[in-house]
Design a protein around this ligand. Structure first.
Ligand code: FPP
Length: 237
């Protein structure tokens, strides 16, 4: 008899880590690790949509990643362009809506154009929401939210007393989405690295000693099984 599939949590976050080490292990340049990582990003995104995940957030480029060698940043930008175009086709077939979280204004005009195109073309899609975190940092997101709220107070549209956690949430990139239930970090590192800082307050973290390009659909199933084995108490008993 076929095994009953566990219901996936509504929102899963993934820190796609380990591309560089994967490349090293295969005696290849780091850019090839990112290429393999981008290919895997497509596979895992489609699978997440097929098993019924409602929101998938993947960390593709952090506000700190600009400090990498120019050549590596350039290779990543090239990959974003190639893969966003290709992924768009796949994702449209899967009814996936793509949103970008992060300060995309820092990217080149052609990448920004592509980002806008992908967001617009996928806006009517009603299936899984894919949040692509690009030039994203959790702290920067919180500062941006605070600044926007302060501007609204200054303009007389809000008063400081209006602010509570629910309202603050509406100023984040992820406004209106459920908070992540499960955050997966492959590659063996056990850090949050500025990912979804506000939103991860009650997320379950699962770390795997697998490099991102080697992370398989079975590993996503395994992370979901681990998630189900945890007892979430949200600060209660
Ligand atoms: C971290 O691995 C990975 C990144 C900084 C880039 C992640 C980007 C992709 C997987 C491409 C995604 C493509 C699209 C279109 C969204 P690392 O380089 O820090 O690995 P290391 O720690 O082993 O050096």
């Amino acid at each position: 008899m076929a095994e009953k599939r566990l219901q996936p949590p509504a929102h899963i976050g993934v820190i796609m880590d380990g591309n560089g080490r994967w490349a090293k292990k295969h005696f290849q340049p780091r850019s090839m690790g990112h290429r393999a990582g981008a290919q895997n990003f497509r596979t895992i995104t489609r699978y997440a949509s097929q098993i019924g995940v409602k929101v998938l957030t993947v960390y593709a480029f952090s506000t700190e990643n600009w400090s990498r060698p120019t050549e590596e940043v350039g290779a990543l930008m090239g990959l974003f362009k190639d893969y966003l175009r290709e992924a768009l086709r796949d994702f449209m077939d899967e009814n996936i809506r793509v949103r970008f979280i992060g300060d995309v204004s820092a990217f080149s005009p052609d990448l920004r154009e592509l980002i806008a195109e992908v967001e617009e073309a996928s806006a009517p899609k009603t299936g899984m929401v894919l949040n692509l975190a690009m030039n994203y940092g959790g702290r920067a997101e919180i500062v941006r939210a605070a600044r926007t709220f302060a501007e609204e107070v200054q303009a007389g549209r809000r008063s400081p007393g209006d602010l509570d956690e629910a309202l603050f949430d509406r100023y984040l990139y992820t406004a209106g989405q459920p908070a992540p239930d499960l955050i997966i970090r492959p590659s063996g590192e056990q850090r949050v690295s500025n990912f979804l800082l506000w939103q991860c307050a009650y997320a379950e973290f699962v770390y795997f000693d697998i490099l991102w390009p080697d992370f398989k659909t079975e590993d996503l199933d395994r992370a979901i099984a681990i998630y189900h084995s945890r007892q979430r108490r949200f600060g209660g008993v």
